[in-house]
Design a protein around this ligand. Sequence first.
Ligand code: FE2
Length: 286
Amino acid sequence: MSDDGRMLSAQQKADWLTHGYLVLPDFKTAAEVAAACSRAQQLVAEFEMPATLPVFSTSDRKRVADAALLASANTVQCFFEEEAVNEQGQLTVPKSRAINKIGHALHDADPVFKAFSHGRELAQLAQDLGLHRPQLRQSMLIFKQPRIGGEVGWHQDASFLATTPESVVGFWFALEDAKKKNGCLWVQPGGHHGPLRERYVLEDGRLQMQTLDATPWPEPDQAVPLPAKAGSLIVFHGLLPHYSAPNRSATSRLAYTLHATDGRSTWSPGNWLQRGAADPPLRGFA
Ligand code: FE2
């Protein structure tokens, strides 16, 4: 944080507007990262396997377990790699190696990630990024397992977390070193100036991706990798096209993500993520 209390320099703010993302090394201390990693492992170890496993894959949306996803909105739920689950819904590798992600309310429901997700630095950063009334909407631990860590194809996060006007910002924390070989993020710099292509809509209890704009996804030569050391924070605009490649290396790539929207905008009633009257009220980073 600078002397005037700002998290971002004038150059970083200009880069944010131009490119739609920023990489902030050493945002979290080694101790904070270690606490988050060990809590992540503990959540997996303590997770009791259900009779039928929810499987998450963006390349095979038909297999997305809609009910499990919806049930995870305001709780802490484990999702497993599709390559680690056989036709009978049983794991083919140990649970700790099969976990794909945990979501979607760690920031509310888990004490360790609640602490990780709040603080003066994050609150100031959100202000500097233009989120004047930030509201934390979802959190995810994303495991990119050695060998079987799946690809997440080109997408824009605003497809899943729509507001009017668009306001969602992604906060992507590297909890382990993310490199090209173990599936780091790739982005299209400046791509947030383009249109929202798709919207993931809940309609009559069914989730489906609807095409809004036929603009093609970026060509491979427009993609830039964002390697990030553990403790780094990558922030990116909700309209920024991004993807991550499969992890075929021997090293895992654990990340924690938060998504925040601006309370001055209107949350779409078609978003998959909705809060009920019994859920805790929306909070910012403070
Ligand atoms: Fe994303």
